[in-house]
Design a protein around this ligand. Structure first.
Ligand code: SF4
Length: 249
């Protein structure tokens, strides 16, 4: 496959539930010279999963690696040669479907693994037919993402599930997202050995680290995530500290 990858630890958890998530990782924010995250914040950029796992392993003295270079290459292709990129994405999704069927798994797709693009806006051609977007082209398959962009025109897209992401400085958007019926992903500064808070913003908190299959979540919940990697040292407000919240309340 050229664009999609599988294999992060949460995806492996999803396999136990019968799903295989194929993820597109682009270069986040403006790393490639093109902005893929219009609502990125200082805190989320610094804690971004772009440098989680092998993506963040650099040889001594080097500031990039093959994974980062591949993400930049794909992002440039998306912006500079959209037709070729979308054709390649269609091929990859078709291949992923075949692979999953062989493994008796249901393929699901997350196109904003490390970006926040509004995929509903981009036309695509499949088998010579022009579709409004990739979701229409593969209407029988489930897509899902996290986003910080409010007002995306996705309500009528039945096979695309969006979870809104809380971050530093976007509380107003979080309130609006809750009013619009989104679940809210929130990173909590809680040790893995301790429980997540039971509620936040007046909503029940579920453990979002148990799987990445967000489209299976109950509605009107907070998807709690444990701070990982660089997020453990966050002081920007991206990571939420329940004890501080309680004191403030
Ligand atoms: S919006 Fe998401 S993908 Fe983009 S920099 Fe922030 S955390 Fe990373």
């Amino acid at each position: 496959m050229n664009l999609l990858t599988v294999g992060n630890p949460k995806v492996l958890k999803g396999m136990k539930q019968g799903y295989m998530t194929y993820i597109l990782h682009l270069a986040p924010a403006s790393l490639s010279g093109y902005n893929t995250c219009p609502k990125a914040t200082t805190g989320c950029k610094s804690a971004c999963l772009n440098t989680a796992g092998r993506g963040g392993m650099f040889k001594k003295g080097e500031t990039t690696n093959t994974i980062q270079n591949a993400r930049i290459r794909k992002t440039k292709m998306f912006f500079e040669n959209r037709v070729e990129f979308m054709a390649s994405l269609v091929k990859d999704i078709e291949l992923a479907i075949k692979q999953s069927i062989k493994k008796d798994l249901i393929p699901v797709f997350r196109l904003n693994g490390t970006s926040d693009l509004s995929w509903e806006k981009y036309e695509v051609i499949r088998d010579g037919v022009i579709y409004r977007n990739i979701f229409d082209a593969f209407s029988e398959y489930q897509f899902y993402d996290y986003t910080k962009i409010l007002g995306r025109k996705v309500v009528a897209i039945n096979n695309y599930d969006l979870t809104f992401s809380a971050a530093d400085g976007n509380d107003v958007d979080v309130y609006r997202a809750i009013a619009e019926g989104y679940n809210i992903a929130t990173v909590f500064g809680v040790k893995k050995t301790e429980p997540l808070p039971q509620s936040y913003f007046g909503r029940e908190v579920i453990n979002g680290d148990e799987s990445d299959l967000r489209f299976l979540d109950a509605k009107n919940v907070i998807v709690g995530l444990y701070a990982k990697g660089k997020a453990k040292k966050d002081t920007s407000g991206f990571v939420k500290y329940p004890t501080v919240m309680l004191k403030a309340a």
